[in-house]
Design a protein around this ligand. Structure first.
Ligand SMILES: [Cu+2]
Length: 123
């Protein structure tokens, strides 16, 4: 449809690339286990956070705390060996029943920092 307007087509393409490219480049939390706001029947062995982009593990981290703000001891967050957009947080000990808050910060491979938090509970 833009065949007779090559200049317009080029401009639209450029607009589309510059618009979505930057948004896609940031690492946003796409998926997590346990899921945000989920209530799981038992403690998971690890938390898994999956991002929209590959991340730099050396500049990324996750802290877990109880509803009364006491920190939960976890292993160091590691990037999955195969999935470079996934952080795995091993739990040193099973989580007792209760509410938990997960705070994360990551550096994506394009050098942008993002952060956020979510909650889940163990029944
Ligand atoms: Cu970015």
């Amino acid at each position: 449809m833009f065949g007779s307007f090559p200049r317009l087509r080029g401009a639209l393409l450029l607009l589309a690339m510059s618009g979505s490219g930057q948004v896609l480049a940031h690492a946003h939390l796409k998926d997590q286990y346990p899921a945000a706001n989920a209530s799981v029947p038992a403690s998971p062995q690890a938390l898994t956070l999956t991002f929209s982009e590959e991340i730099e593990p050396a500049f990324s981290g996750v802290t877990v705390s109880r509803s009364d703000d006491r920190p939960v001891a976890t292993g160091k967050a590691q990037r999955d060996a195969a999935m470079r957009n996934q952080l795995i947080v091993p739990l040193s000990q099973p989580l007792p029943a209760g509410d938990y808050r997960v705070e994360w910060h990551v550096l994506s491979v394009d050098g942008h920092k993002t952060q956020g938090d979510y909650r889940f509970s163990v029944k």
